[in-house]
Design a protein around this ligand. Structure first.
Ligand code: ARG
Ligand code: ASP
Length: 718
């Protein structure tokens, strides 16, 4: 072969590899323009309109963004409709808070699972919202048309906010829809999403945690995995099938479409697509930013959470009631804690900081003659140098301070409620609201455990920072002796028990909040908050504002420098599509992880002495009898599988679809080795983990005996 041909071929090959299908989270309304041909080349058999259309039903109508009242657009998870009567599946860990809220020692749904035998038994979850995307629209030009070149940065930003509000309002005027504009590509583009938001979402079923959270925090973020991470919900609507507040008279929602379930089975190499609401990624950070995450933020946050978890886990292992109380909290503390560690590991393994530095060197060369871009990276460097001590102080303030021991944040919550406007206006009503909140708070609270947490937090806070970054009260605690300080705080504070707090609230008038200013827990809270306001935020938010502006320019410049690269927008909690294929991976030399796990693996892990691996007796029995029904592949029940779809937090519960757009699984996690995909995606090692839909069907059928739910679904076997 001639040398020139070889070079051309190599260039083509790198270009092709450079835009590998697996990486990226794509915008549904732009699939037709950017992705559908590639998707079809990878095996997808539907059209772009089958996925996203506004004049006819399309798959997007069956994808649900799960949110909370008051902030319905920051979707904490994704769900999908699987019947014509509003039946929806999502992860067990997504509904964990709902399951926990309905649990008590008498009805321990966390431990035993829950299955509504009839529609009447389905349980309401006030505050949970379910959004369906109606349409989206590129509004960049409409926003830009209102900006002028003589505006300062501040004027510019204020104008964008103003125009967005106006456009959102106009878009849904006179309808029951909700519109939200979000920036994409670091603010170089804006899209508006218009939603219909349902407000009556009920719990239909959940497996016991020993299935839905099998492997617990031990296996979390790990592959091979055997977690049956699913739960079943149902959306209800008013008589007109439109969104309505909870009412016993509401009816199951009748959606425009729902996913067919595929029990056909899957093979390595099969096309897969994930359709959901990824929360946040930061793929276009500079080396300076990544270095700070890797060296400063993650390691310190991890250390603080480690000592917190030591206390909480010991409490949970000592007592069944404490296990219920702290289950949800411990899971959320442990989740990010473990991910940050995986992220550090991955960043080091792939030398991300160094690779980014090299890319930045190339950028410097390219930008030399360009005054708009020439100093960009030096400005970044200066800002991140300034940011370092502030970021460290903020990590302690948040992790060890405000959300360290619960009593600290709780003191702030109550104080703010009692000194607020609504308390002054209608004390009687505000008091009963506050007491209801206290009831909820104390249901999952154990003062003795929290006291131990506070001791640990104050020790770390004083040890981890130099005095100039430690709030006065935290320093004072160390001077008095932390054990003694904390013991005194818990003895004297009204926030430590429900009885004392209730009594205080009962007697309270509009001036009573002043008394709280002497409360030791409140004083700690106040000192921490003031420190944040006076010493950390002014600097940190100034820097972050500037970084945000630079980020916009930085991405724009990269797009100019690499005009042939297919860029994708970072996740921002809007509906996206990732596609790739079912595929195992090699985590280490000489090791290859297969793409799927089976029930056999659950039995291999089975160990009644280890909480996370204690398999329910009923499942053991089914396994002994090999009563698997039709839910097998090569004689075993499949449980989980991995694929190369680019996903992140928020994608949990997302439908995983095959080439025909049928549901083959529920996304719920990523493999440890590749969790740095939020910052940099590596196709050889980044894998999303899904529960195989056949395991879901198997559990519903054989373990829950809830065949009536299967009858609602449309299950495809050919
Ligand atoms: N790692 C998954 C995600 O980020 C699942 C978390 C829930 N499971 C757990 N064991 N804490 O959300
Ligand atoms: N487990 C995550 C979630 O809850 C998904 C992920 O981070 O991969 O959304």
């Amino acid at each position: 072969m001639k040398k020139r041909t070889l070079i051309v071929m190599m260039a083509l090959l790198t270009a092709w590899v450079g835009c590998r299908a697996d990486e990226g989270m794509w915008i549904p309304m732009l699939l037709k323009k950017y992705n559908i041909e590639d998707m079809q080349r990878q095996g997808f058999r539907l059209t772009a309109e089958d996925i996203y259309a506004i004049n006819q039903a399309s798959l997007k109508d069956a994808v649900i963004g799960l949110g909370r009242e008051g902030r319905p657009f920051s979707h904490f998870c994704t769900g999908e409709l699987i019947s014509g009567e509003g039946l929806m599946v999502t992860n067990h860990h997504c509904a964990f808070g709902m399951i926990q809220a309905h649990s008590s020692l008498e009805h321990n749904y966390l431990r035993d699972g829950f299955w509504a035998a009839s529609r009447q038994e389905e349980l309401a979850n006030p505050g949970i919202t379910a959004s369906i995307l109606v349409r989206m629209e590129d509004v960049t030009d409409q926003i830009n048309a209102r900006l002028t070149s003589d505006m300062t940065d501040e004027q510019h930003e204020a104008k964008v906010v103003e125009v967005c509000k106006e456009l959102e309002k106009n878009a849904v005027e006179g309808t029951n829809l909700h519109a939200k504009i979000k920036p994409y590509f670091n603010g170089n583009q804006y899209f508006m999403s218009v939603f219909k938001i349902y407000k009556d979402v009920r719990l239909v079923g959940a497996p016991p945690s020993a299935i839905g959270k099998f492997g617990g925090d031990t296996d979390n973020w790990m592959w091979p995995r055997h977690t049956g991470d699913f739960s079943v919900l149902r959306i209800y609507a008013g008589e007109d099938n439109e969104p309505a507040d909870y009412s016993p008279d509401n009816r199951p929602f009748r959606p425009a479409t729902f996913f067919k379930v595929s029990a056909k089975g899957l093979h390595e190499g099969d096309f897969t697509m994930v359709f959901g609401y990824p929360g946040t990624t930061q793929e276009y950070l500079t080396s300076y930013a990544v270095e700070q995450i890797q060296e400063v933020e993650n390691p310190n946050k991890v250390a603080i959470r480690t000592s917190k978890l030591n206390v909480i886990n010991a409490a949970m292992n000592s007592d069944e009631l404490l296990r219920i109380k702290y289950a949800s909290k411990a899971a959320s503390v442990a989740n990010a804690w473990k991910k940050w560690q995986g992220e550090i590991k991955g960043l080091k393994r792939f030398n991300t900081v160094e690779t980014k530095r090299q890319e930045e060197d190339r950028f410097r060369q390219w930008a030399q003659g360009n005054p708009a871009y020439r100093d960009l990276l030096d400005t970044y460097r200066k800002l991140y140098d300034e940011r370092r001590p502030l970021a460290l102080a903020a990590a302690y303030l948040n992790e060890a301070g405000r959300s360290g021991a619960e009593i600290v944040g709780w003191a702030g919550t109550v104080y703010n409620a009692m000194s607020g406007k609504s308390f002054a206006e209608d004390p009687a009503q505000a008091k009963s609201k506050l007491k209801a909140r206290a009831e909820e708070y104390f249901k999952d609270y154990d003062a003795a455990t929290d006291q131990k947490v506070l001791v640990e937090m104050l020790i770390l806070y004083n040890r981890g920072l130099s005095a100039e970054w430690i709030p006065a009260e935290v320093q004072a605690a160390a001077k008095k002796g932390i054990e003694a300080y904390v013991a005194n705080l818990f003895r004297k504070s009204v926030f430590a028990s429900r009885a004392t707090l209730d009594a205080f609230i009962d007697k309270a008038d509009t001036d009573s909040y002043r008394k709280l200013e002497k409360d030791p827990a409140y004083r700690l809270y106040a000192s921490i908050t003031a420190f944040n306001r006076d010493r950390i935020q002014p600097g940190l938010s100034r820097i972050e504002q500037q970084v945000k502006r630079l980020n916009k320019t930085w991405l724009k410049a990269q797009m100019e420098m690499q005009p042939d690269k297919r860029f994708y927008a970072d996740a921002n909690s809007t509906l996206r599509i990732s596609y790739g294929k079912v595929q195992g991976y090699a985590p280490n030399d000489a090791v290859y992880y297969k793409h799927f796990t089976t029930l056999r693996g659950i039995m291999e892990k089975d160990n009644p002495d280890i909480y996370d691996y204690d398999v329910p007796e009923r499942l053991r029995e089914i396994y002994r009898l090999r009563d698997f029904g039709p839910y097998t592949q090569d004689g075993e029940v499949p449980v989980c599988f991995v694929a190369t779809n680019h996903t992140t937090g928020g994608n949990s519960g997302s439908p995983v679809l095959n080439a025909d757009g049928h549901l083959i699984g529920l996304n719920f996690d990523r493999a440890w080795d590749g969790v740095m995909s939020d910052l940099q995606y590596h196709p050889e090692i980044c894998r999303n983990i899904s529960v195989d839909i056949r395991y879901v069907l198997f559990i519903i059928d054989k373990l829950a005996g809830a065949r009536h739910l299967l009858d609602e679904m449309e299950i495809v076997t050919e």
